[in-house]
Design a protein around this ligand. Structure first.
Ligand code: ADP
Length: 232
């Protein structure tokens, strides 16, 4: 059964009286357990597509489904259930600077409805990304690579079946990107669905996963065992 299905989805913005299509008539199905690299030049619509998939924004036309439930038409407990299916890392760092890493994860766990188990879940997520030791540190004390891994831990704290990752590898050096790719591979092999927008072409080519290419908001390519820049 498909996990995420987009049916002729369009998202547009109006700027200075001009209509701009961020995503245009895009249909796509992401199956349970897929590992998808979302590629395309800056402004191609990758972030918008991730936000549409995770229900952070709604389409102007078309529908987005999670397990056949229309995300845009879900409210109350249905909506909560849907949002908890996604672990999301956005381009902007979402860690609260005045809280320790442990507290940051605990807040996310609480928002996901985890009460007594929150602390154990936060510790487990940190240990999965290899950063159990930073629980009592503040975000400013971490390197950029560590921060991105903590954000991944934060996204994983309630063990969501789907991770939506926007430029997780941006501005990282090769060692850090490689560590993250290994980690994502491992999570995916345990069943987590991963959709990741990235410019890390070298790694996309080595990993040979599904590659979805966007050009001007449209689907330009969707290739299994794909390579960066190949659309067929
Ligand atoms: P990418 O992630 O591939 O760089 P985005 O999804 O961020 O692309 O953006 C696609 C297009 O939509 C860009 O032209 C961008 O300027 C525009 N866009 C995205 N979000 C907004 C917004 N909130 N308001 C206005 N325009 C936006």
């Amino acid at each position: 059964m498909p996990v995420i299905h987009l049916e002729k989805v369009t998202k547009r913005y109006t700027e200075e009286g001009r209509t701009l299509y961020a995503v245009r008539e895009l249909s796509l199905t992401i199956e349970q357990g897929d590992f998808v690299f979302l590629i395309g030049s800056s402004g191609a619509g990758k972030s918008t597509l991730l936000k549409l998939m995770g229900g952070e924004i709604s389409p102007d036309e078309g529908e987005v489904y999670l397990n056949e439930v229309n995300i845009g038409k879900s409210f109350g407990p249905w909506r909560t259930r849907i949002t908890r299916s996604f672990g999301i890392v956005n381009q902007e760092c979402q860690l609260i600077r005045k809280r320790t890493i442990g507290d940051n994860l605990l807040l996310t766990a609480a928002a996901a409805g985890m009460r007594r188990k929150g602390k154990a879940a936060a510790r487990k997520a940190l240990s999965i990304v290899g950063l159990a030791a930073v629980e009592n540190c503040y975000p400013a004390e971490l390197s950029l690579g560590e921060c991105r891994r903590v954000e991944l831990a934060r996204a994983m704290v309630n063990s969501p079946p789907i991770l939506l990752l926007d430029e997780l590898t941006g501005n990282l050096d090769d060692d850090n990107i490689w560590d993250l790719m290994h980690l994502l591979n491992e999570l995916n092999s345990r069943g987590t669905t991963i959709v990741m927008a990235t410019h890390a072409s070298q790694y996309v080519n080595i990993m040979r996963r599904r590659v979805v290419t966007l050009v001007d908001g449209r689907l330009a390519g969707d290739v299994r065992n794909g390579k960066y820049g190949r659309i067929v």
